[in-house]
Design a protein around this ligand. Structure first.
Ligand code: GNR
Ligand code: NI
Length: 173
């Protein structure tokens, strides 16, 4: 178990489409454990494996507040099987786009099918923050970021700012 470095915009890894998990191996369990360690350390409420540089369809989520008991969920190969017509606006952030926040509109309620760490298929209906978060994470598995849901103007400005920051870090290092 370990805290891993986060992949930050504009790293091209964030555009990769992640590969499905076929079976729950010790490697997958170790990956999920590293993801949870990294997510709690950040801290964040969700993480997709590509955010630590692993292109596998693994997502971790824990919506518990910092003073509450931890309630981690690991989603393998999560897929949306139904979405509501009703939409909801939520101010989103992303650990790969630090300190940048914008409102994104997504379906308010979704059904998600996934495999758990016991290899069992599960299906859940979620709303509120869990709905926003799982949709944000499934986007990561397909190489999509929340800024891809914004206007081209906002997206381009954001990418430009992070590209500049990356260059400055390079120069400093
Ligand atoms: O920690 C996170 N908070 C968050 C807030 C609103 C909508 C989505 C998120 S996910 C984010 C962590 C992250 O980047 N997951 O990919
Ligand atoms: Ni994110």
């Amino acid at each position: 178990m370990a805290i891993k470095p986060l992949v930050i915009l504009p790293d091209p890894q964030l555009k990769r489409v992640s590969e499905p998990v076929t079976t729950v191996t010790p490697d997958i369990r170790a990956l999920a454990a590293d993801m949870l360690d990294t997510m709690y350390d950040a801290p964040g409420i969700g993480l997709a494996a590509i955010q630590i540089g692993v292109a596998k369809r693994v997502v971790t989520i824990d919506l518990a507040k910092q003073d509450e008991e931890r309630s981690p969920i690991v989603f393998l190969n999560p897929e949306i099987t139904w979405e509501s017509e009703e939409m909801a606006l939520y101010e989103e952030g992303c650990l790969s786009i630090p300190e940048y926040y914008e409102e994104v509109e997504r379906p308010a309620v979704v059904k998600v099918r996934y495999m758990d760490l016991d290899g069992k298929t599960q299906e859940v209906e979620v709303d509120g923050l869990m709905s926003t978060c799982i949709q944000h994470e499934i986007d990561h598995l397909d190489g999509v970021l929340f800024i891809d849901h914004l206007s081209k103007l906002k997206r381009d400005r954001c990418i430009k700012k992070f590209a500049k920051q990356a260059k400055e870090r390079e120069r400093g290092a």
